[in-house]
Design a protein around this ligand. Sequence first.
Ligand code: HDE
Length: 664
Amino acid sequence: MTNKKDQNLEAFRKSNDGEAMTTNQGLKISEDENTLRSHDRGPSLLEDFHFREKMTHFDHERIPERIVHARGYGAHGEFQAYEDLSEYTYADFLTDTNKTTPVFVRFSTVQGSKGSPDTVRDVRGFATKFYTDQGVFDLVGNNIPVFFIQDAIKFPDLIHAVKPEPHNEIPQGGSAHDTFWDFFAQNPESTHTTMWAMSDRGIPKNFRQMEGFGVHTFRLINRNGEAHFVKFHWKPKQGLESMVWDEAQIVAGKNIDFHRQDLFEAIEKGDYPEWELGLQIIPESDEFRFDFDILDPTKIWPEDEVPVKIVGKMTLNRNVDNVFAETEQVAFHPGHIVPGIDFTNDPLLQGRLFSYTDTQISRLGGPNFHQIPINRPVTPVHNNQRDGMHQMNIHQGQTAYHNNALNHNNPHTTPPEQGGFEHYQEKVEGHKIQKRSDSFKDYYTQPRLYLNSLTQPEFDHTVAGFSFELGKCAETSVKQNAVNQLNKVSRKLAERVAENIGVSVPKDNEEVQLEQSDSQLTMEKFKRPLRGHSVGIIVDGNLSRDTLKAYAQVMVDNQLNYAFISDKPRNIEEDFGITETFDTVHPTLFDSLIILAESESIFDKTEEFAELTYQHFKPLVLNENAKKALSNSRVDTSQPGVLTSETPETIVQAFEQPRYWNRN
Ligand code: HDE
């Protein structure tokens, strides 16, 4: 398999080889290095149309970045259903198990600008475009199953609060500042999602090991017109992993592209990431059976009450050819829907149905963005919409209206029985009113449930997450209000955070006793294959070729990513060698570290690598000399996940557990 760079070059050659350079008007160009001037040392002349055309185009190469989710990365793939779901829906990509539906996925951060680091603490976008045979279906979700607000009208407020502060545009890519925490404290509906964002879920290790959630409640409609409420889930076959906060911050500097590079390289290597589509389904008759409102986007449907039914698999298997043309120009919209799926009255979803087309019109420069290749459905498009900025079609015929007789009323509408979309005929009655249902007003039960489903290390990380973010706030009143809010969820959480950031905890709230809950699967319950785990192997420059080869072979056999690191690069043979030096990599960029040191010359340099790996709870494998050399360091070699004197064949055992949280 050739790589993306070579494929691109090949395609470029096919279309350009031997071709003359022209202007956009097709005029062959004889000079592209010197502007037209009055003489060779004289002033440039306005008449130089080639210069003006080239420069004007360049001046307009950028388009506005997304107001949220500006930083993103995408890939192509496919989806296939495991079973025929016609009991619930007549969407064909969910009923025909022989059908492979092309998809495009874009992962993103929310807060930062297009050039911000990948590993910041933030919610991640997980948006999937299904190019189905019934039209485009977009599942525009996140990696956290709930959202900060309940009504779309509050979205501009939330985003203004979390974005960098207007007077200094700080902080970039994070929520650790006063306005976000002021919003949190004054808008208690944000409590649940903030709990998730401050936990390990806010610092995913990569895109491949994230869950995805449609968040809102949608409807599935079957051929008989019967509806079920549904929530969509993506379950990663790669397992679920997060970073340690200290590590995430270091990586933000060491490799700002850490997540996009991970995805790009996995796909290039043929290690295609896969997610299973899961559905939580509630019959319409059970709408009011729960102690929360199923239309409230700040609530999960606990998985132990409504199990997730696994119904299909998505594989991402092709990187884009051009990031701008595809990933940047892709236009998602929760309102891109297909027959057999429909919306509900979730007031957040209802507002989103307006916002996405509206934003694309200014971002992509007009109403014809659906004609951009990445946005085109695989089904034909025929309607009476005409003209507009960047119209790519040359429509023919006189009749751009309906009904008409001149063109036999074409394009014609299609009755639902023959595949035309029909809105679900939900019965609606009541008074027009600007009010939220009282059933949306429990802000604390589910955050408690979430905290309670965390393991002890996960809970500790959440305390640290809150402490860091609130510790960064300048106003004591903001910190105090936020802790008062946390106290309504858990006294234990509030006390620990308050102590860390130097405020008090109001005494008037009893600790609410929580029952143990499996409502959300914690990270450890996700199975993760060893494949794709990355290993840094520190070696002496003079280690024998055979030893290196033996280690390389074990890495290859177990489908691990690896790099040999030493003080100097050394070519062994074409496909393996010492490619990295202590200056080009950093321990935070690997999942684990092996140190095979023989000479003292590299001991100094290995100490920092070993300590950080150890401190971030990652597997560490040492030979006898390395163990001795680290005896005065902060690495305690008797702790779990520090292995010594292993043979190449046995070391991989250490990697089966990604983090050793029980290390002191
Ligand atoms: Fe979005 N959101 N959003 N959002 N959203 C956008 O659309 C908006 C919400 C999500 O990779 C924007 O094309 C409103 C929830 C993703 O291109 C914009 C509300 C969820 C992406 C917009 C929400 C999301 C966006 C900005 C409250 C998870 C990136 C650029 C009612 C279920 C898609 C754009 C991509 C992007 C509006 C809330 C997910 C402005 C008004 C909840 C993954 O239209």
